[in-house]
Design a protein around this ligand. Structure first.
Ligand SMILES: Cc1cc2nc3c(=O)[nH]c(=O)nc-3n(C[C@H](O)[C@H](O)[C@H](O)COP(=O)(O)O)c2cc1C
Length: 197
């Protein structure tokens, strides 16, 4: 069975980015197990559009009724949701910024969580509707906050979002406190976790 990977980074720190190194390592590890894996790569740090009135109009009206202007406005969300739906494995790098995810990741989430496309709603409540069987790896890096602690709202948020759209197999790969002495052990543990995939 082939594995299509959606590989997403969000750190703008280029070669210095720890989350980028870790997400790349996960891709490498998965490819070593399944050499025929294919990859779609997105770097959110180059910019993600915000959801505005036109995009919402596109979300909330049937596609058949969309004007050219609305089609253009929702095109980014169409692409983003398609990439999520098409992926067997999603790998996303999330550096902690001010105790949460970078704004680009939040903007990506706002384009991805879409009624009738990635979740549905009826009288019984909400349901994630991306095809089942996907796996998500969420790499969370921090300078001082321990990953998984009460101050780490980034890991919890990404877990909530993936669960909400129906991605229930979620593995958090955390490398925390990287600017502090114990950061080195945390980074080593993250690489060990990846090697065990
Ligand atoms: C704008 C900004 C905000 C940050 N906020 C936090 C924070 O709230 N808590 C924390 O522990 N580290 C914080 N950091 C440190 C980063 O999480 C840390 O450097 C991490 O390694 C970044 O991932 P990267 O190497 O992939 O860029 C912040 C860094 C930046 C640039």
């Amino acid at each position: 069975m082939s594995n299509h990977i959606l590989h997403i980074d969000s750190s703008p720190r280029g070669e210095d980015s720890v989350s980028k190194k870790l997400t790349a390592k996960i891709v490498e590890q998965l490819k070593s197990k399944q050499p025929d894996s294919t990859v779609t790569y997105r770097d959110l740090s180059t910019g993600v559009p915000f959801v505005d009135a036109q995009v919402l109009a596109g979300f909330w009206t049937p596609a058949a009724e969309h004007s050219e202007e609305i089609k253009k406005a929702v095109a980014h969300s169409d692409q983003t949701t398609k990439e999520l739906i098409d992926a067997d494995t999603i790998i996303i790098g999330v550096p902690m910024w001010n105790f949460h995810v970078p704004a680009t990741v939040k903007a990506w989430v706002d384009l991805s969580v879409r009624a009738g496309v990635t979740f549905s709603q009826d009288e019984n409540g909400y349901k994630g509707i991306v095809p089942p069987g996907k796996k998500a790896y969420v790499v969370v890096t921090t300078g001082g906050v321990p990953v998984g602690s009460d101050y780490d709202t980034a890991s919890k948020y990404m877990h909530t979002i993936f669960s909400f759209i129906g991605v229930t197999d979620i593995e958090i790969v955390g490398a925390g406190r990287l600017t502090l002495p114990d950061g080195e052990a945390s980074l080593k543990a993250a690489y060990d976790q990846i090697a065990a995939i």
